[in-house]
Design a binder for this molecule. Sequence first.
Ligand code: ADP
Ligand code: MG
Length: 477
Amino acid sequence: MTTAISEHDLWLRILEKVEPDVKRPHFLTWFQNTAILSFENGLLEIGVPNMFARDWLANKLNGHLIAAIQAVNPAVQEVEFKVDPNLTLPEDNRATNVTKHFGTEKKPRKLPNKQEVKLVEGISSKCLNPRYRLRNYIVGSNNRLAHAACAAVAAAPGRLYNPLFIYGGVGLGKTHLLQATGNEVLAHDPNKVVVYMTSERFTNEIVEAIKKRNVKAFKDRYRRVDVLIIDDVQFMANKDRTQEEFFHTFNELYDNNKQIIISSDRPPKELNQLEDRLVSRFEMGMIVDVQFPDYETRLAILHAKCREHQVLIHAEVLEFIAMNVHDSVRELEGVLVQAIAETNLENSTPTVRSVAKIIKKLGRPAEKIQGFEAYAKGPSAVAQTPEDVLELVAQYYKVAPNDVISTSRKRHVMLPRQVTMYLTRYELNMSYEHIGTVLGGKNHTTVLHACDKIQAKLKKDKQLLRDVNSIKKEMGL
Ligand code: ADP
Ligand code: MG
């Protein structure tokens, strides 16, 4: 990982962010001759020339300052001020001369005129999927650095990590991060021109341009870009003309401090089929990887996706999925989405058993599926006896079978009891008498009432319907 930014530049970037929030005379007075003294383990030490500056900054500006600092560098966790009178000495080259940098009034920012917007339309932000945001990207040790780098780039495109190169295996969240960064840039500043492209699409555009003999127009369009995002750059392998055009575009943008973000399935040095000069450009900025998430992060992703889809799934079902998907986040999400689809189609709730079936279809041998017994203790064949039904229902509702057949009138055991009776009656076709006898010696009228009650409730209570359908599935019916 390489970053080419000095502490002095970092401080300037932070000051640029703070400036609009502070009255001009205050800004010029209190930030004069300040500097970043050090940054280690998340602690940023800011040097100030005297205690007045320290007190003013610490009391009046702490919140703004910390927000600006974290926007520029999210790795900062704590800020400390240190008085260092040497900062006022003319020969002290750490101090920032804010009068020089910010003294003259800034020119108002030029808004892009209609024509400019139109010219870049064909390649503009339409390709960004609004679903991908940094805030719905779950962070774990596998992707923390990549996420932080993207957040930093989004806050200050073209100034911090340029290019930003993200690599990792298929389905680990690269496209999500790339698009989220683009979306974030536009959220900060809708006037920015953000272009997201797969390297295949970039190639196709070049081929088109060559065919139509308007390579120059192609080049000109890219000059207007503020943030260029190229996904899956490995597919430029062996495409010499594409690489050449990309090389020029890259240089042009880079020289103009425009942000470039690239993803690939492997680190730059392993991109053997790419020209060396291109690879060395990729190595100029920040290189970060994304890995497969650990169990806890996988579980957090599943919970987040459930919230996104607005569905409730039993915690142990999510745990079971998290435990058994080992290839990619895409697969993790795929299993969940299938489980949700089934739920909707069949009006049931995903169970460990139904999810295990989905996972088996992915080609994992049944004996490799972990934790199945711990979760799904019931009979694995078709349920045939009232005891089988009792066991499945008890397991589904997480109550002890003995409590279900007890005489307790507590709701958390009453409902499973009635459901057991109902399913035994209608799915196993047993008589009320028989059911009453085997389920704790109850009177046949008790069983009859229970069955009627559930039948009536099923017409109104959607959740109950889902639960009963799920248990039926567990029964192998
Ligand atoms: P890649 O581009 O690396 O092949 P994607 O970005 O397409 O992977 O990710 C595959 C799916 O997994 C996407 O739907 C994405 O939203 C999701 N995903 C991957 N990582 C995460 C994460 N950390 N948090 C939330 N969703 C993720
Ligand atoms: Mg991708």
